[in-house]
Every structure is written in C-alpha cells, then in structure tokens.
Design a protein around this ligand. Structure first.
Ligand SMILES: Nc1c(C(=O)O)ncn1[C@@H]1O[C@H](COP(=O)(O)O)[C@@H](O)[C@H]1O
Length: 339
C-alpha cells in the first residue's frame, strides 16, 4: 500500500515530536512513511526521498526539524504537494525553527504549525486528505469531538472538585452543547457560494493582504469568496458567513488583532484553515498567536503578510486530484523561479 503522508525528521533527536504525529496518523488509520534526512547534512537524500515520494503518490509531506529548520523548505523545493512544517524547540524556545519554517519566499509555502506540535501537523495532514476521502474526514470530525468532550469533561473533573464557597455555578443552565453550530445564513449580497476557498479579512486595513491572496487565486483560476468580517465586533455575522460557506474546501483567515480570524475559524470547521499573520501599525506582527495553536486545532500558518503563499498553498491542496490545476501551479511556480 502506498502511504499518503511522508514524515521526514531532520535528526533522530526529533523523534519525540514525530511520535506525536505518528500517534494521530495511526489513530486515524492513515498510512505513512517515516524517514530521517537533513537538508544541511544530507541534501541529496532529502531530494531523493521527496522526488521518489511524490512520484509514488505521497499526497502530503511533513518536515519536522529544530534549530535553523531548513528541512521543510527544502522539501517544498522538490514537490508541488503541500508541505507541513513542525518546528522543534531545541534552542531559543524553538523560535529559530519557527521563523525558518514559516517565513518562506513566494511561491514555496510551508504550512507551519506550532512549536513541537507534531500532533497538529498530523491533524492538518488529515484535514487535507479528508477533502478527498470521506472516511478520513469523518475521523477528523470524531477526533475534534474528542478534544471538545475533554474540555466539557474537565468541568466535572476539575472545577466541580474544587471545594470553594466563592465559586457559584448553579445559575448556569447549559443544555445545548452544540454551541458552535450556527444555522443562520449570511445576508450579504454578491457571495460566491460555489467558492472553493473562503478568505476572511479581519479588518479593512488588512485588505491589502487579502488582495494578494485573491490575485494569486485568480491566476490559478480557483473560485473564492472574500469578506471583511471581524469575529469580535461582528461575531454573529462571522458565524453565519462560515455556516453559509460550509461547503468550501479551504478557509483563509487574514489576521491582525490577536489572530481571532483563524482562531475563530478552527472552532467552526473541520476543513483546513490557513492563517496569514499581518503586521500592525506599530510594526508588530501576529505570527505567534496565529501559529501556536493548542492541540486539535491546527492553523496552517504562512509568512507575515504573505497572502500570495496562502493562495499557492491552497493551490497545492486543491491540485492533489486536479491535474489541470497542477499544471497551472507548476507554470506559476516555474515562471517565478525562471524570472
Ligand atoms: N534543522 C535541521 C536540519 C535541516 O534543516 O536540514 N537538519 C538537522 N536539523 C536539526 O538540528 C537539530 C539537532 O540535530 P542533532 O541532534 O542531530 O545534532 C535537530 O532538531 C534537527 O532537526
């Protein structure tokens, strides 16, 4: 049986983080291949594994590495399949590995997950595969439900056991635990309900980054819909919009102000969520709050303001079973490289 996912570790010393990915893939019964190869120490081996893996039918690559983590980027150099990067905390709390994974040049995105989050890397791979395999999609939904139940149970297991007369919860009557389900329809005009990709921009200032996504999606002929909706100021509208667009395949959150867009999206969909952190007026960016998501809810993060890479990543995900799109993607990537 050809595996669907290839995990490559930069070193045997990354195995503890890889085990988190392996555990999830095994739970979801997704066959995978596991290899150790370093872009620095064994560049030829990396190229050989990626080229052979791509030709053999690997759908998603996961590169796990610490320090100057060039491995995921090197994988992206040899394939048009989506590449997920898992930065490992070896020095400086893993920030070196995070920055080297996520800050990739156009048009070679690495869908980066949080530091040491091997579990989220595998969940993201499963979300991508779930777009083409109903059985995997169902298992992703079940897995997300497990994470949800864990939170709900912790009220009984932790809070109720605290013997403190100042805590008063008796007035709460929470019956409907399907709190995330919105059945409302979005009222806006000119929505493309057949969009494959949904782009949500948190505020008008960040439309410039949203525009970078849409221009590149246009070049790839991928249908999309884009709206400016702040999940904090317009929570109801945000949920109604996500509900209305629930048949889309990929959601992109253009984030500023504590990354609420991508963070809000992951609770409302089992589909892949891509996060684009934006710079704000003070020059700070929202990279860390976009990427460092808790287990169970990955955000495939691309570089700061790099809307174009979010679009290319969408193209890589959607071209898994679309040869026409794959050809367009190859042209776009090669043209850029040959310029
Ligand atoms: N980041 C890379 C690459 C690479 O990017 O090619 N190769 C090894 N490494 C990382 O170096 C760290 C220390 O490796 P050793 O323990 O082998 O010295 C590991 O976290 C590995 O992923």
């Amino acid at each position: 049986m050809t595996p669907k996912v290839m995990i490559i570790l930069g070193s045997g010393s990354d195995i503890a983080i890889a085990e988190k990915s392996m555990k999830i893939l095994e739970k979801l019964e997704i066959p995978y291949s596991l290899k150790i190869a370093s872009a620095h120490r064994t560049p030829d081996l990396v190229r050989e594994l990626v080229v052979q893996g791509t030709n053999a039918g690997i759908k998603v690559f996961i590169g796990i590495a610490g320090l100057a983590a060039h491995l995921p980027g090197a994988i992206a150099a040899y394939t048009h399949k989506p590449v997920i990067g898992v930065p490992v905390d070896v020095k400086v709390s893993g920030l070196d590995a995070l920055y080297s994974s996520v800050q990739m040049p156009y048009p070679s995105p690495v869908a980066t997950v949080g530091i040491d989050r091997g579990d989220n890397g595998a969940i993201l791979a499963a979300q991508i595969l779930g777009l083409y395999d109903e059985d995997i999609r169902r298992k992703v939904i079940e897995l997300k439900e497990e994470y949800k139940q864990k939170v709900i149970r912790s009220n009984e297991e932790i809070v109720q056991k605290i013997d403190n007369p100042h805590i008063t919860n008796d007035f709460l009557r929470i019956k409907n635990l399907e709190l995330n389900e919105s059945t409302e329809e979005f009222k806006g005009s000119c929505i493309n309900k057949d969009a494959d990709v949904v782009i949500i921009v948190g505020r008008h200032t960040d439309l410039i980054t949203g525009k970078k996504v849409s221009v590149t999606l246009d070049r790839l002929k991928i249908p999309y819909d884009m709206q400016v909706i702040c999940p904090i100021r317009s929570g109801k509208k945000f949920r109604a919009y996500v509900n209305t667009m629930k048949n889309a395949k990929i959601f992109i959150g253009i984030n500023s102000n504590s990354s609420q867009v991508s963070g809000g999206l992951v609770g409302l969909t089992e589909k892949p969520v891509i996060g684009v952190p934006c710079e704000n007026e003070l020059g700070n960016n929202y990279l860390l709050s976009t990427v460092n998501m808790p287990p169970g809810v990955p955000v495939a993060t691309v570089g700061v303001n790099n809307g174009r890479n979010a679009a290319v990543l969408s193209g890589e995900i959607l071209s898994i079973n679309n040869p026409v799109l794959l050809e367009l993607l190859e042209k776009l990537k090669n043209k850029k490289i040959n310029l």
